[in-house]
Design a binder for this molecule. Structure first.
Ligand code: AMP
Length: 289
């Protein structure tokens, strides 16, 4: 496995792969790699000639009061994990390599971004699409792998790729969970012992919402209320949001007659957990974009 830290070197190598007609599968991450990331790498490995993974904690997507400084980092462990998962190239640029000077061009996300996480994380999705546009131009991927855990991110990146004509296929990968259902996340290490026990109830709440739909409930307000009540009764966390919207458009629905996302964000003392499920009007889970 090659470890590359320079943008120019990564881009040159990607160009060489292209010239040799190699299909590049790309997995962008912020590191502290866990089984969720590994599932993305494995999907990329199955479908690509060359697998490129990036590790970059992107300051543009963190708000002033968020956890950029204390976001968990462990470069050596990430290198070992990538190697074990048969990654060909690990791209780990320094901050100054990605942003040598202040950006003079910015991207604006006007749809799919003012709900769910975008409601409170101002500028977050602008930061995401900016770094991804740069990474796409640096790594020249044919397919890019994203986790459904961040389903809103996939919806926004779908708009990015369509609106700006990136010749890229987005591949959504199912959320990898702990045995009790908690979605794996680099931020789970911030949970206290009690919070970790309670955190499974965030997923449990989503399951309760899904069960209602399977039983024929069509009213989003009733489902949202049941999910909220369960979280309030079974965790010490504070609900940031519980929303049920069309997917991937992320628009309010009057009744569940189409594919929707049921998504939650719960703030614990030192960790904000997000989770979601995407399903159709019969309650069948959906993974495609
Ligand atoms: P992050 O490093 O948190 O920015 O995540 C990098 C990629 O891994 C994103 O596409 C995430 O959606 C994906 N990812 C993170 N956690 C999981 C998980 N538990 N299951 C599947 N994919 C995940």
């Amino acid at each position: 496995m090659k470890v590359i830290r320079k943008v120019s070197e990564m881009q040159q190598l990607a160009l060489q792969f292209k010239k040799r007609d190699k299909k590049i599968g790309f997995v962008p991450t912020m590191g502290f790699l866990h089984e969720g990331h590994q599932s993305l790498m494995q999907s990329a490995r199955e479908e690509s000639d060359i697998v490129v993974v990036s590790v970059f904690v992107n300051p543009l997507q963190f708000g002033p009061n968020e956890d950029f400084e204390r976001y968990p980092r462990d470069e050596q462990r990430d290198i070992d994990t990538a190697e074990k998962n048969l990654v060909d190239v690990l791209f780990i640029p320094e901050l100054t390599e990605m942003y040598p000077s202040e950006q003079s061009v910015s991207l604006n996300v006007s749809k799919r971004s003012n709900v769910l996480c975008g409601r409170t994380r101002e500028g977050h999705f602008e930061g995401v699409v900016t770094v991804l546009s740069k990474l796409f131009n640096i790594t020249l991927p044919d397919k890019v792998y994203f986790g459904m855990k961040d389903a809103q991110q996939i919806a926004v990146v779908d708009s990015l790729v369509n609106d700006l004509n990136f010749p890229i296929e987005i591949v959504p990968v199912a959320t990898v969970r702990e045995n009790d259902g908690l979605a794996k996340s680099s931020r789970n290490i911030y949970l206290t012992e009690l919070e970790r026990k309670e955190a499974k109830n965030v997923y449990q709440a989503l399951q309760i919402g899904l069960e209602l739909v399977i039983d024929g409930e069509k009213n989003p307000d009733i489902i949202v209320k049941e999910v909220e009540d369960f979280i309030v009764q079974n965790t010490h966390g504070t609900i940031d949001y519980v929303e049920l919207l069309s997917y991937p458009e992320l628009i309010q629905v009057a009744a569940i007659n189409e594919r929707v996302i049921l998504a939650v964000a719960v703030q614990f003392e030192h960790a904000r957990l997000i989770d979601n499920i995407v399903f159709d009007d019969k309650g069948l889970i959906s993974k495609r974009i």
